[in-house]
Design a protein around this ligand. Structure first.
Ligand code: SAH
Length: 382
């Protein structure tokens, strides 16, 4: 896949639509934002056979080709129509940084010039892509840099999937299995429909055929959206960003807790339909002298009783302007041991890519805060 300036397949101008002439041309159709049934409908509406949609989907998503001229099994007439009426919008790589630990952070520019970050974590054995669902984030968690940006805008499904296409091509993994974690910028359940559409697009067998078992959706716990998720036919693994064991403390660290308090989130988790052997991950960012005491650990174990849970401790990745510190390793180990004694499965997240600011909560792209985080939260809480 081209990842340079020419990755918009028609010219390089990042304008969403062809210039409207006096007679108002219809907008160009972005093929990269369509699920297979919609792609089929679009081709049929233009007088082409339905089965071409599968070929086209395979070119774009499986093979990572965005230049219609290279789609050699499509007829000339179809290619001419595609070049005339359609485009295949792909995020443009404007930054590519490699960490000493192998983590790679891509800065991607979208059609409107906004930027997001997507991270490749070459963990053994699984390769993992950490994907963004929004530009910025409205949740305003006190320890997260992205939260400082406020929400700039939601990503489209095509942009969410586009990150995976670009990462898979950049890392040579178009034909290999990989995991996806929705733990980049943004709150996936605050952009529910586009996130779910993206998961369906990634799952399509003509595309990258990503099994939902390989996808983990991480959320602050937006309860109505969690309930909706429980009914989805394609259900990803669920991770809850818990981070605190009392409502008072959690509201201070994760403001949406005011609306969706701990008891409600945990009750939703208790009744969440889980596949055999699968468990909900509870993420817990550890902040020195704030939420890392033995008493916090004991409370956490009590809260999670009766839930098929595993706990992922994330020692804070500190950043300038974040008013918290990372606890010592001893403190983290002590916390983990208390949970393990109470029969919880615990892992401590290795911090990857800190030298390139690709670690959790360190994704921020300079420039453009449409609304402050506080304004966004006010909208969300209405
Ligand atoms: N909005 C979603 C997903 C994005 S954040 C969510 O909150 O779950 C992915 C994970 O990184 C979350 O658990 C988040 O709390 C954590 N995180 C944010 N800032 C961090 C930081 N500075 N250090 C460590 N983890 C952080």
């Amino acid at each position: 896949m081209e990842t340079g300036r020419g990755c918009y397949n028609r010219g390089s101008a990042p304008t969403p639509f062809r210039q409207a002439g006096p007679a108002m041309h219809s907008p160009m159709l972005d093929l990269a934002d369509l699920e297979l049934p919609d792609l089929e409908a679009a081709l049929v509406a233009r007088g082409f056979e339905r089965f071409h949609a599968r070929q086209l989907y395979r070119w774009i998503h499986r093979r990572g080709v965005t230049d219609v001229a290279q789609m050699t099994d499509l007829s000339r007439r179809l290619r001419a129509m595609l070049e005339q009426d359609c485009l295949i919008r792909t995020p443009r790589v404007v930054g590519d940084e490699r960490s000493t630990d192998g983590t790679r952070k891509l800065v991607l520019e979208l059609v409107d010039g906004r930027r997001i970050e997507s991270v490749f974590i070459p963990d053994t054995p699984a390769m993992t892509f950490c994907i963004s669902t929004q530009v910025g984030c409205a949740m305003a968690c006190g320890f997260c840099l992205t939260g400082r940006m406020g929400l700039v805008r939601h990503l489209t499904a095509g942009e969410i999937v586009g990150q995976v296409r670009v990462l898979a091509a950049a890392t040579g993994l178009l034909d290999s299995p990989f995991n996806i974690v929705l733990m980049g910028m943004g709150e996936p359940l605050h952009n529910y429909d586009q996130t779910m559409k993206a998961l369906r697009m990634l799952h399509a067998e003509q595309g990258l055929a990503v099994s939902p078992r390989r996808v983990t959706l991480s959320t602050v716990g937006i309860v109505p959206a969690m309930r909706r998720l429980a009914d989805e036919p394609l259900m990803p693994n669920l991770a809850i960003s818990l981070h605190a064991t009392t409502d008072e403390q959690r509201t201070a660290l994760v403001p949406p807790n005011r609306k969706y308090p701990l008891a409600e989130i945990l009750e939703t988790c208790r009744t969440f339909p889980l596949k055999k052997r699968s468990r909900i991950t509870f993420e817990y960012v550890m902040l020195a002298d704030v939420n890392d005491t033995p008493e916090d650990a004991r409370r956490l174990a009590r809260l999670l009783a009766g839930i098929k849970a595993k706990v992922n401790l994330i020692p804070l990745n500190p950043a300038p302007g974040i008013p918290y510190a990372r606890p010592s390793d001893e403190r983290v180990d002590r916390f983990a041991a208390i949970l393990a004694e109470r029969h919880l499965t615990v892992s401590v997240r290795k911090s990857r890519g800190r030298d390139i600011r690709a670690a959790c909560g360190q994704l921020i792209v300079e420039g453009g805060t449409a609304k402050t985080a506080a304004q966004q939260m006010a909208l969300l809480m209405r």
